[in-house]
Design a protein around this ligand. Sequence first.
Ligand SMILES: [Ca+2]
Length: 519
Amino acid sequence: MAHRISVVIPIMLLAVCSGSPNATSRVWEPGVPVRASQETPDGVTGAPQREIPRWGNYDEAKVRPYTLPDLFTTTRGGGIHAATAPTRPNIVYFLIDDLGYADVGFMGSKDVRTPTIDRLAKEGVILTSFYVQPVCSPTRSTLMTGRYVTRTGVYHVVRPGAPWGLPLAERTLAQALHEAGYTTAICGKWHLGEFRPEYLPTRRGFEHQYGHMFGALDYFTHIRDGKPDWYRDDKPLQEEGYTTHLIAKEACRLIREQPAGKPLFLYVPFNGVHAPYEVPPQYKQAFPNLTGNRQTMAAMLAAVDEAIGQITAALEERGLRKNTLIIFSSDNGGPSPGRVSRNTPLRAGKGTIYEGGVRACAFATWPGHIPAGKTIAEPMHMVDWYPTLLQRAGASLEQKLPVDGLDVWPMLTQGAKSPHDTILLAGTVPSRIAIRRGDWKLLLNAGADTATGRVELYNLADDIGESRNLVAAQPEKVKEMRTRLEAFLKDAVPPGQGTTQQEVLGQKPRGRAKKAKQQ
Ligand SMILES: [Ca+2]
């Protein structure tokens, strides 16, 4: 349902929060050239491959409704009495785009500065083994559904013009929280489909939408591929301003206008610090020792840090901070590691299934509920937020589609072990895939050439950089891991194009459509 914009303007506001939602003001220095939108690699793989997993076959008949006992089984480790949760927190998720594993102060960075982010991290638990997908849309699909991409088909990025998106059969986190009585809002990047109205955020559970549908838009003109990509409540919006500033302003407005006593789910997926590397020049002044895109990225991140400070200040002004669960993470590893980003000590970066592509910097904080000053190395995956947040929100866990995520609350709050015995790490094509099981990690076709059939096995306990392939030395471990992987993939679906073909045409998917080549 479209949200009607309020024109009420509270008297006392932060500077960034001032003005009506439609106010226009230049927030970058006059005379600074505005560059055209740049395409950026969203992965290392190029066009998606045609093959589907050779160890699995898509069969719609296998998708069976899940019952409550099933869900309670799959969410082991947490309580099953969601409705009795003592406190329903506000939930604010700061998702940073393409931020490197080591590019925040709380992960040890010395040359970029994130004081606000670091302060929040110290108030909660830092998650050093937080797994995501290697590129943008897939990670967002796992947050929204609690399901691995092998179930949803969102292996790769939804590009402008793509006739597909997150399948409509999926129940989203926003839908579930809205059903539970939350105000639900997205300020930032959606990236899960817009080719038909029913794929838009306001049709997927968000009462409020603000921001963009795709990645890599111009930060100042909001143009992507020659077209404006800026919306409020899924309607085109013309505004001036640097996107990070605009997103912060909208988030502050929503916090100010949130009805008292009603919980809020505020999803803030910044386009910062994704390419194109653009920033108001004053932010660069703090980084005289950096150059090129590294300097610009650091400056963009400083703007994000400032924005997060403004949004948390708005929470404090409303007296909401103490009852707000704040989650922060990147959506994938940093691109061009060593040049633009830092993922140290992890191998490689964005687009890959090596740790540098799928392990993200992250923390969670909720004063009085999550202990402060802790670091947790137990592994979890983005899919885990779905059941974990629904439990905290008192939302229903009953749904037709099976959930892969597990409730990690005991891990976050009581020092419990990870509820996972194995985590699935799917690449941008079905044949490129890995699992982490304990300290062991098995990777298939992790390199750029997916036809190699290469198998890699690492023990992350003493080789976090994935430098010593133990396949030859550990044949039994490889066999065990492959068996586990194949179990994961027995119901795997092909990439999204096929799923969407089915939805659009009412037909069973028959592989990828020709339009996929145009993405
Ligand atoms: Ca990204």
